[in-house]
Design a protein around this ligand. Sequence first.
Ligand code: BGC
Ligand code: NOJ
Length: 814
Amino acid sequence: MKYGYFDDQKREYVITRPDTPLPWINYLGCEAYFGIISNTAGGYSFFRDARLRRITRYRYNNAPYDVGGRYIYLRDDSSGEFWSPSWQPTQNKLEEYSCRHGMGYTTISSKYKGIEASTRYFVPLDENVEIWQLNVTNHRPQAAELSVFSIIEFCLWDAQDDSTNFQRNFSIGEVEIEDGVIYHKTEYRERRDHFAFFACSEKIAGYDTQREAFLGPYRGWDNPAAVERGHCSNSVAHGWAPVGSHHVKLSLEPGETRQINFVLGYQENPRDQKFDPPDSQIINKKAAKAVIAKYRVAANVNAAFEKLRLYWNDLLGLCQVDTPDVHTNRMVNIWNAYQCMATFNISRSASFYESGIGRGLGFRDSNQDLLGFVHMVPGRARERILDLAATQLASGGAYHQYQPLTKRGNDDVGSGFNDDPHWLIIGVGAYLKETGDWGILDELVPYDNAPGSETPLYEHLQRSFRYTLERLGPHGLPLIGRADWNDCLNLNCFSDSPGQSFQTTTNKDGKVAESVFIAGLFVLAGSELAEIARHRGLAAEAATYLAEVAKMDATIHKHGWDGEWFLRAYDDFSRKIGSKENVEGKIYIETQGFCTLAGIGLDDGLAAKALESTRKLLATEHGIVLQQPAYSKYYLEYGEISSYPPGYKENAGIFCHNNPWVVIGETRVGNGDAAHDYYTRINPSAREEISDIHRCEPYVYAQMIAGRDAPTFGEAKNSWLTGTAAWNYYAITQWILGIRTSYEGLLIAPVIPKSWRSFKARRKFRGVTYQIEVQRAGDGNKVCLEVNGAPIQGNLVPLPPAGTKIVVVKATLR
Ligand code: BGC
Ligand code: NOJ
């Protein structure tokens, strides 16, 4: 069952009924001002940091869900009837409804009793505002006398404090109202130098800024007193809950359309120019007024939207493919790339599932996300890498997370996740392969942001590598620390008290439990580092890395192989995890995927065997589950993984992030059919038809799909912010389609299904557009290349001479 359809021409998903199984959201904003918006206009906005600079309020986990948003009410002033054109919060039975989620904008349209309303929400590039572009059309045979009410609820900036510290917060709310513009200035009198404003393009009939004055006591958003009565009360918030509401009167002739633009913005003032006049407590509104004046003009609003459209055209245009599979095309060309940009901007901080207060930017997360966005925003990827590296510790370890506003490591979570440092090597490697910008390695970057501690970025990578060598366990495998990629495999935690954080509680000294996953990661990262060293002219150093890699590979063969698959780990008693010896958790996906993608066991059949076991024991029609059998009870010595009921999250859920590792593993053994089959099982577009089971958005990946042990097998959760986006993008474009960046240039190495006769792609790489056509002439994966009409040896397209704009590549598979 479906709740809408893809409009690929317009790059939109069109939701055709408002009561989706869950709020289906989109993101607004590209650089600093961001928001989430649901298909019924729920959601909130923030500046850079969803915790520290929350602009509007949202109520997570409320009933009904998705409460708090960018709401508009329409009221028929002749009958007194009112409704929400976005369905929420009044939930009137609309005659028509659609929500078009597009690239950086959302348009919600509806019709009720002959009145059509369509609101396009977007954030212009380079400006800290959002615009609600509302068009109201009267389709009635007679004139309509209408009232329009806008409403948002301001957050008192720190979203965590805002939702807990009521003894203070009920007394500090402050606003100013000038020329119909509502300014939210809580705490501006003291240490803040920023405020928010909410403006309207039309002359207003009234306003409200105190929530209870607008709603009326004991009323909800579905039935505000001001709307029922037909006018606001010009309330001025002193403490309690500041809101912004404009009331606009609208007389529409039959067939007439009127546009109203609302502008919600964020503004910072220089410290010494906060007030106007300087000795007053009145906000200096000069800069804000200029922005408001600009967007009061409809033509400027349209121009800003056009600019945004071109921005996305350019970004997505960098890699476009035309394959026999519609779901592949749609995800690669539109939604998967778009989702990669969301994870770049928001990491894991703000979605319908991420409250914006819990997790800043994850070190391993952001480094992996690079794989998906580096080709679109290389300049910003560079900055991200340097920011991440600056939170690395002198030991080579890393803060697990940092706050985007301060760019400082998060002390609450700290470090000790022993996989973290290697992701920096993977991230930097991806950046170098894409850009060829070797200069980044000489950038001076501090450790833990401490001035004076700077070394070249290259040394950060060296320390990352050494970090593991200095932390090997009894079998010569890497010690796991708090956890590796699987945050929930906590082998030193031994937590027996409710409420303790599995992520930060550590009751064992951590000298025994080892991770085969980190060993696989070490092999991959070490090989990358060796290549990087070689390119820097450090051949001897490269050789030492390769020697360590070979040693680790041998250790994995010796102590990390269980007979038919790769082991997962050794626990604090040096007992195996992910072994046939275990009663539960006999086989895990992570090591099957990661070891094979890292090339371990390719020559001696171990990789093929591990993939075969994966197929036999872990693969389901909804994707590959994380382990089997699921843990049926809590294991003190394993930690959070066994805290989840069977089939959910890391306890045998389909944790989509690691499915593409198996996909890449399959391409490494040359099995294009299996690779694309696994790719398709979790492809959200390919799951659109079962939206009633999948339940999350059909246009973006979710972190998890409930596994076969769960009563809700096939149900997705935690959509949008997941490493799944980058890894799937990387797996399909670079490994299945095989258009792969390398240190030397672009490789063409497709491993596609046997049934595909051909595909085409256009990929911009280091300033040159590659027009690629791949044809099948046999069942295999052997590539014969022609570049600009001339046959060449091997599958590396040589870097063209400077100034070249287009390179034509023809590949024949035999
Ligand atoms: C989740 C993990 C997550 C971790 C850290 C756990 O509860 O299951 O997926 O990485 O928390 O936030
Ligand atoms: C989500 C986290 O963001 C990611 O870093 C981790 O690898 C997975 N959960 C698996 O636990």
